[in-house]
Design a protein around this ligand. Structure first.
Ligand code: HEM
Length: 480
């Protein structure tokens, strides 16, 4: 309490949202945690365009809003405002992954180098894996059959992304895919507990936490180990550029990671850590888009009318999916409405930082952007709470601007993929994945909700929304 008062007194020109008084911050923090008050939305509505502080424990957290402040964050250097600093804290990586992993997150760079810049070349594999994954998980039947939506979305994404990370046949190994899933779950839960533990106690608490993370890591190493050996053996026998050598994330980690970081354990941790960044948001996005397709079924025929002539002419390719403006718009609208957390683009303040409006935030604090509030702001999105599937394709046509409103474009009013130099490097892949998956579903199946007109409710984890995880979706072989 004393520390909180001392810190607050340093911010004369910053608004504090939430209860005041001696125990204001802890009370406000509990209200925020248990969802009884949403200080981020409250602050956004009352203080739009300004910085405001919300009640959090152990440090000050400031919320930015309005294009100018978001642009200030975009332009700040990494030694002032640090994404990795905030991931380190949020994911407690020193305890959940390995200490120093974010001092050189070269695995993140490999996403761009090995996947995005080579997306066209790898597209046929994506397409092949999408078809295989759907036909296995949702075999087309004449009559309607219910499938678990979240389980299906998750497993399609795990399999297709792993095709690009480790290749076949491991990408379709149920045990390996479960490990990826379980590892992510364990990371989130352990990080949550460690986040609430005061600094001095962290090393002690971490030794008491269950051994699930190391156990899961060992299980993953049992899969990756033989694959690494197999590739090294081929290299010994056939030379460095052996025929058929995969250009996947594993190869990049084996060959381009710093010398001291090429042990099986180091490679496996980086693989799992990259999968953590990739598959959770992507599988949530797929599941939500499928729920939207089933809920707003009037879009289906117009989407098919767009997709079919393109596919007839060119097939499904990296280039042809770029022509599917309406499909892009439908998925982007689903992301806008459902996927942004209340707290986005977190940055740890490493050096005192002065915004363009003159407000200075001291080192040690955290800055976040209110993603959910921004994406539901009527100033930028008329009827913001309504699903308007062709909102963005209309804008692309009306403004004759094919780039600005596409899913992968980032800016201060669409921060689903962040903004600036750290904007998600996987977004080009995600856009290709989601469009291919939805186009495949539209062309192969009919889809509907289990209960007509009732979209399964989202689940919120404090700041983060997730699709309903128990509901099913009904599919049958396309009849029309
Ligand atoms: C719908 C799916 C996805 C969403 C919504 C999403 C969103 C984000 C966001 C918000 C950030 C932080 C940006 C910032 O704070 O400025 C980020 C970073 C990142 N994402 Fe994604 N992402 C998705 C899928 C993926 C996929 C499929 C991959 C990998 C294949 C990926 C890899 C990364 C990496 C490596 C970073 C760190 C960037 C850096 O080091 O600067 N993401 N993502």
């Amino acid at each position: 309490v004393v520390d909180d008062r001392r810190t607050k007194s340093k911010y004369k020109d910053v608004v504090f949202v939430g209860p005041t008084g001696t125990f204001g911050t802890p009370i406000g923090f509990l209200q925020l945690l248990f969802g009884t008050r949403d200080f981020i939305q409250e602050g956004f509505e009352k203080h739009y365009g300004r910085l405001f502080a919300i009640p959090t424990l152990f440090q000050m957290t400031f919320v930015i809003s309005g294009p100018e402040l978001i642009d200030d964050v975009r332009r700040a250097s990494d030694d002032q405002l640090s994404l990795y600093g905030s991931i380190k804290e949020g994911m407690q990586t020193d305890f959940t992954m390995e200490p120093h992993i974010l001092e050189n997150p070269y695995h993140f760079k490999f996403v761009h180098l090995s996947l995005t810049s080579n997306l066209g070349g790898r597209y046929p594999e994506i397409h092949e894996e999408v078809i295989a994954a759907f036909s296995e998980l949702i075999p087309p039947t004449e009559g309607w059959t219910t499938f678990p939506a979240w389980f299906t979305g998750k497993h399609v994404v795990l399999r297709v992304v792993n095709r690009l990370f480790v290749g076949p046949p491991l990408c379709n190994n149920p045990d390996y895919n479960d490990i990826n899933d379980a590892y992510s779950d364990a990371l989130v839960k352990t990080a949550l507990v460690m986040g609430f533990t005061p600094g001095l106690l962290k090393p002690i608490v971490s030794t008491f936490l269950d051994s699930y993370i190391p156990k899961t890591l060992r299980r993953a190493m049992e899969h990756i180990g033989p694959l690494v050996e197999e590739r090294l053996e081929k290299e010994r026998l056939l030379g460095k550029d052996w025929p058929g050598k995969p250009n996947d994330l594993l190869t990049w980690l084996m060959e381009k990671a710093p010398q001291g970081d090429r042990s099986l354990k180091a490679i496996t941790i980086r693989l799992l850590a990259t999968m953590f960044a990739a598959y959770r948001p992507a599988s949530m996005a797929l599941t939500q888009a499928l729920f939207d397709l089933a809920t707003f079924s009037s879009y289906i025929s117009e989407l098919r009318d767009e997709i079919e002539p393109i596919v007839k002419e060119e097939g499904l390719t990296k280039e042809s999916i770029n022509k599917m403006y309406k499909l892009d718009s439908f998925i982007k609208e689903s992301l806008r409405l459902r996927a942004a957390g209340k707290s986005s683009m977190p940055r740890k303040v490493l050096k005192d930082f002065t915004f363009s409006n003159g407000t200075t935030i001291l080192a040690g604090s955290t800055i976040i952007a209110p993603g959910y509030a921004i994406h539901h702001d009527a100033r930028h999105y008329p009827n913001p709470n309504e699903f308007d599937g062709f909102r963005f394709s209309r804008l692309r046509e009306e403004q004759d601007d094919p780039v600005r409103h596409q899913m992968v474009s980032v800016g201060p009013t669409f921060i689903m993929f962040g903004n600036g130099r750290h904007a998600c490097p996987g977004r080009f892949l995600v856009s290709a994945l989601l469009k291919t998956m939805l186009a495949h579903v539209l062309m192969t199946y009919d889809i509907k909700l289990e209960q007509e007109g009732v979209r399964p409710a989202d689940k919120w984890y404090t700041f983060t929304p997730a699709p309903n995880q128990t509901a099913g979706l009904m599919f049958r072989k396309r009849a029309t």
